[in-house]
Design a protein around this ligand. Structure first.
Ligand SMILES: O=C[C@H](O)[C@H](O)COP(=O)(O)O
Ligand SMILES: C=C(OP(=O)(O)O)C(=O)O
Length: 350
């Protein structure tokens, strides 16, 4: 599978490296019958929170990106243990992000370049992504990821309970068509300029059926008739340095959603522009959002945290600090644990 063909092109040399089909990789690393049931149940729990049939607060937490599977599994074990204690009020979902959208260029994630050498190796990257997600799911955790390349998602979709469409892709027709056939709830982020309009248009587009081009499980080009996805919601992540988690911004977002006849629920991303890219602002934002919810704002579905074992971020290199992000800065585990316990206590007053 690591053959490299060089094809002639009128314009430039194109290297083509064949990959396993989604069917073959899934057969090599299959979900057990128990895991299949677990993941469908976890998706259903999120749908219930989304459609007001459960009052659990959805909390999506975990590293900005996966670069070290050992540290990510360590985080997953800690989160799974905490879930035992907090799962009656919090619906904890772990971020398992293997694709990173970049503002311009940069490491694009485990699925693309698992050794971070710059050479890329998607055969190994997608295999390692599926392997680590499978191990995380076996800990009993529901998983969240960002769907960036629809073909990457076709290797991983059965493992995921919640998917994000990022700020940079919410306006893309390809992504909207993909959401319309993803089998799980999907959060769509406001654009990097802070506007929610693209995300709301994406929700409207994604709940409809589409005729589009796709690739089937055996890698054949096919035309897809998608069913439409009724389980989408808005994610507020701020934009251009301006936050949008305050009561007025959330009220405005809920009005925009109602005008588009969309599910009037928002999830607040406490990181990114809401934290002005300062990871240690996240806890105060999370407390503020949960206080709004406890005060009666049921339009708040939940929140997202960028969190890992060691706080902060580091540049990639030979000697890396264990459990620290090499993409966006995260809060550390001790603070995450304290915060989640505190949010759980706050919800006792809801
Ligand atoms: O969440 C991660 C980053 O904010 C996103 O991937 C963009 O990163 P960049 O601006 O460093 O490219
Ligand atoms: C890239 C991310 O977010 P955004 O699309 O909001 O920048 C992320 O959550 O990793």
């Amino acid at each position: 599978m690591n053959t490299t063909n060089t094809l002639d092109s009128n314009r430039r040399e194109l290297a083509v490296r064949p990959l396993s089909t989604p069917r073959d990789l899934k057969a090599e690393m299959p979900l057990s019958a128990e895991l299949t049931v677990q993941i469908e149940r976890q998706r259903q729990h999120i749908r219930e929170a989304l459609h007001g049939q459960s009052d659990k607060l959805l909390v999506i937490t975990g590293p900005c990106s996966i670069h070290d599977e050992t540290a990510v599994l360590d985080y997953g074990r800690r989160l799974a243990a905490l879930n035992e204690q907090l799962g009656d009020r919090l619906l904890l979902v772990m971020r398992a992000y293997v694709e990173k959208p970049r503002t311009s260029i940069g490491w694009k994630g485990l699925a693309y370049d698992p050794e971070r050498s710059g050479n890329g190796d998607m055969a190994a990257g997608i295999r390692r992504s599926r392997a680590v997600m499978l191990q995380l799911a076996e800990l009993g955790l529901p998983l969240a990821t960002e769907a960036l390349n629809p073909l990457v998602m076709s290797y991983l979709d059965d493992l995921i309970s919640w998917t994000a469409i990022g700020a940079r892709t919410a306006e893309s027709q390809t992504h909207r068509e993909m959401v319309s056939h993803l089998p799980m709830p999907v959060g769509i982020k406001n654009s990097t300029d802070g506007s929610a309009a693209n995300a709301v248009n994406a929700m409207i587009a994604a709940r409809h059926s589409h005729h589009t081009l796709g690739v089937d499980a055996d890698g054949r080009l096919v035309m897809l008739d998608t069913p439409g996805n009724p389980d989408t919601h808005l994610v507020l992540r701020g934009g251009r340095g301006i936050t949008n988690y305050d009561t007025d911004s959330i009220a405005a977002a809920l009005t925009t959603l109602q005008q588009g006849d969309c599910v009037a629920k928002v999830l607040v991303d406490c990181s990114h522009d809401n934290a002005c890219k300062q990871h240690d602002r996240q806890p105060a934002i999370a407390r503020d959002v949960v206080a709004q919810r406890v005060a009666g704002n049921n339009g708040i579905l939940g929140l997202m945290l960028e969190s890992f074992i060691t706080a902060g971020r580091q540049n990639d290199g030979a000697e890396l600090i264990y459990g620290q992000s090499i993409t966006d800065a995260c809060i550390g585990w001790d603070e995450t644990e304290r915060l989640l316990v505190e949010l759980h206590d706050m919800l006792a007053g809801a």
